[in-house]
Design a protein around this ligand. Structure first.
Ligand code: MET
Ligand SMILES: [Zn+2]
Length: 774
């Protein structure tokens, strides 16, 4: 028999039951007991779904009330000082401690410590996914102790319900790698000997009926420093020597093990899981290197995307492995299904053809089970499902809906000249000065203004057919008028229309482009209780009609000041969607770029003189492997340039980036050749300034001076200090003053105050500069 298992299942629930429960708990509408009860029934439901799909081993401890890395911190007793000293020695981490670390507060019981605000732990992206984890903060003198029994409890729970269960833990090396030092830098690897005893204790206490324990070490697909590689062997040798009865499955995913293979193959673990969707080339290598007595678990179904697997192709690739390895071959999705929606059968609005191309978590597990039966009993044993699968795969391949000959022809005709503006920056700058007549240190915002309850209500009513399109458009125009008037009163220099008509910066464009589909329930967790519903790009992308021009034209008609057109860039649209897997990502990015290029041209024709193309996701697309980075940056930059290249010299192209550190890709950012960039900096101020010290950014730049992730209003003094600091590295003639990001999540009172302060600073500094020049 070829065993099947899941590395992890989505936690949210198909109807986001967990999100609702957790948020009600935070509000105080649910007690801790009720929340725990909700968690229990969600876990039971998910195990049930896995069993129904036919999987042999279900996962436990893949569930989380917020984040699995935070769960690991709780297990190891890693609680930074500011969350309470008494936690350091002795007591277990409670639900309140846990949520305070995650978000600065727990339940809103007024007056209690749980409600008091404290600086939460930082959040950052989990490898190259859109999932954000809570970064562990470690001290050089850090001690560890078993401070949460979650993994033991959830394993017991699954056993009690009669499941064959495989508890999942974040591995010790990956845990240390993902952490950051609190305070001075030190070698996190030095903490390994202190972490291991807690893992040891967990292994000792885990119910022996859970035969296999999965330890996730995704850092094994990174280019690891030699010391880390060496530490792996030591750590796992140690765990192997202390474990009693359990077997360890070491799980890697998101890429090839590459140069870490020698290390991995020599480790005394009982099994290894590898991702052969992202890295099919490693299959034969790993199979050859791994000793025959070890289990090889192959991740053959894409855990990161929504397409059905070509089952026959997979079988052809893995049948030889089965012949060699026998019972010691296992099958699973490539990684945890955390990154995939739950169940396709809930999608009743998708057309039948498109649906037949897709597989969500439940369907992916069913695919794994069919593959296992084919290997165990021969392909004939599953002839019907294989045939049905082959037909769907073939139909998708042939479907005219995936291929638009005009788009392909246009892509073939793209020239280098199309990826460059007509003139160099110096020439453009001159032309733009004459056309825009902006003051020194111009002020602007990033695009969105608060999405008020009225705006959201109007959109809901329109979608539900309760108001007409005309009424909806009138409501949005009213909002645009208000926002333009407000900006004029505030004295901003380059205005925006406020994006009231956009629910989401990618969805808005996806809905207006051909080649995109949308789901009703295709949620994936983004962080904590937040989810996103990424569009599905299934076909060649084209733009049937202008997408933003009427809104921008209307907004510009209300003012003499320049109105910024506002587009989402090709790489961001790509990154935040489920992308087709039947052509290179770069091709899809270029198709989106061509559609945006037409939009840029149309905006220009409509009299828009400043156009911003947002690329907040440019950084997160950077591949995990160093050797793949240049190729990515090349096409990502090219896609942006293809979209922007059509603009005349006098049209000012802006871009915007946030959500990440940009130090290591600053050259690529400069290569975008945008006339101006606004970039998040108020949270990572020092780092950004360091970059400017090292690298002279050639065009105009607006480092954010207002942290829009917080309700705090920055004072005139704070903003002044930030602008002065930036002016040390960037000549004032090339400096803009703007917030970190869009204002859509903020409230009007704070926005009014913060922007008033921002404009005050700009005016004061202009006077200062004038008198110093005089
Ligand atoms: C995540 S970047 C957001 C940019 C967008 N223009 C906005 O202002 O909301
Ligand atoms: Zn942003």
């Amino acid at each position: 028999m070829v065993r099947t298992h899941a590395l992890g299942f989505p936690r949210f629930g198909a109807h986001r039951e967990l999100k609702q429960a957790v948020e009600r708990f935070w509000k105080g509408d649910l007690s801790a007991d009720e929340l725990l009860q909700a968690g229990k029934s969600i876990r039971a439901a998910h195990w049930q779904l896995q069993r129904q799909a036919g999987v042999d081993l279900v996962a436990a401890n893949d569930f989380s009330y917020y984040d699995h890395v935070l769960d690991a911190s709780a297990m190891l007793g890693v609680v930074p000082k500011r969350f309470g000293a008494e936690l350091r020695d002795g007591r277990s981490v409670t639900l309140d401690d846990y949520f305070r670390m995650a978000r600065g507060r727990s339940q809103a019981k007024s007056g209690s410590a749980a409600a008091a605000d404290v600086q939460p732990c930082e959040m950052t992206k989990w490898f190259d996914t859109n999932y954000h984890y809570i970064v562990p903060e470690l001290e050089e003198s850090q001690t560890f102790r078993l401070a949460s029994t979650k993994v033991l409890d959830e394993t017991a729970e699954a056993l009690q319900l009669g499941y064959q269960v495989k508890p999942v833990l974040l591995g010790p090396l990956t845990y240390l790698w993902l952490s950051k030092p609190c305070g001075a830098e030190f070698d996190r690897l030095s903490l390994l000997p202190r972490v291991l005893p807690v893992y040891e204790e967990v292994l000792r206490k885990l119910d022996a009926r859970a035969e296999w324990v999965q330890l996730d070490e995704p850092i094994l697909v990174l280019d690891l420093p030699p010391a880390w590689r060496a530490a792996f062997s030591d750590a796992y040798r140690h765990l192997d020597s202390v474990k009693r009865g359990h077997k360890i499955l070491l799980a890697t995913y998101f890429g090839a093990i590459d140069q870490n293979l020698d290390t991995v193959a020599g480790m005394p673990v009982d099994g290894l899981h590898v991702d052969v969707v992202r890295a099919p080339q490693q299959l034969s290598e790993v199979d050859a290197a791994l000793p025959a007595h070890q289990v090889l678990s192959l991740g053959v179904v894409d855990g990161r995307n929504v397409w059905r697997t070509d089952l026959q192709a997979v079988l052809t690739a893995i049948e030889p492995v089965r012949a060699r390895r026998g019972e010691r071959l296992w099958l699973a999705p490539s990684c945890s299904l955390l990154h995939a929606p739950v169940d396709l059968s809930l999608e009743t609005a998708l057309d039948a053809e498109l649906r037949s191309w897709l597989a969500f978590s439940v369907q992916k597990l069913e695919e794994v089970v069919v593959l296992s039966r084919a290997l165990t009993h021969g392909r004939e044993a599953v002839a019907a499902p294989l045939e049905e699968n082959a037909q769907a795969v073939a139909l998708r391949c042939k479907s005219p809906r995936t291929c638009n000959p005009q788009v392909r022809a246009r892509l073939d005709g793209v020239t280098d000249a199309m990826k460059a503006r007509p003139g160099p920056y110096a020439e453009r700058r001159q032309a733009q000065r004459e056309s825009l007549r902006l003051p020194l240190l111009p002020t602007t915002t990033i695009g969105s203004f608060p999405q008020t309850a009225e705006i959201r209500a109007a959109r809901r009513q329109f979608r539900a057919g309760k108001i007409t399109r005309q009424q909806y458009v009138e409501a949005m125009r009213g909002e645009i008028e208000r926002v333009v008037k407000r900006q004029t009163e505030l004295g901003l220099d380059v205005l925006v229309h406020g994006e009231p008509e956009r629910n989401d910066m990618v969805e808005y464009f996806g809905e207006l482009l051909d080649g995109f589909a949308f789901t009703q329930h295709g949620w994936v967790q983004s962080y904590g209780s937040r989810g996103v519903k990424p569009p599905i790009i299934y076909g060649d992308v084209s733009r049937p009609a202008a997408m933003t021009v009427e809104w921008s034209r209307f907004a510009q008609s209300l003012t003499d000041r320049p109105m910024k057109g506002m587009l989402t860039g090709p790489v961001t649209v790509l990154q935040w969607s489920f992308v087709r897997d039947d052509q290179p990502r770069a091709h899809t990015a270029f198709q989106i770029a061509l559609a945006l290029r037409d939009e840029v041209a149309d905006l220009e024709r409509a009299g828009i003189r400043v156009i911003q193309i947002d690329e907040p996701a440019l950084r997160e697309g950077v591949p995990l492997k160093v050797r793949e980075r240049d190729a990515y940056l090349q096409w990502a930059v090219d896609a942006f340039r293809l979209a922007a290249g059509v603009a005349a010299n006098a049209t000012q192209i802006h871009t915007h980036m946030c959500y990440a550190e940009f130090n290591d890709i600053i050259e690529a950012i400069a290569a975008l050749d945008a006339d101006a960039i606004s970039i998040e900096s108020s949270r990572s101020r020092m780092e950004l300034l360091e970059v400017f010290q090292r690298f002279e950014y050639p065009n105009e730049i607006g480092p954010g001076v207002y942290d829009i992730h917080s309700p705090r209003v920055p004072s005139v003094e704070e903003i002044t200090a930030l602008v002065r600091a930036a002016a040390r590295y960037i000549p004032a003639e090339r400096l803009w003053i703007n917030p970190d990001c869009g204002l859509k999540t903020r409230g009007w009172p704070e926005v009014n105050q913060a922007l008033t302060n921002m404009v005050t600073v700009a005016k004061q500094m202009r006077e200062e500069l004038k008198s110093s020049q005089a």
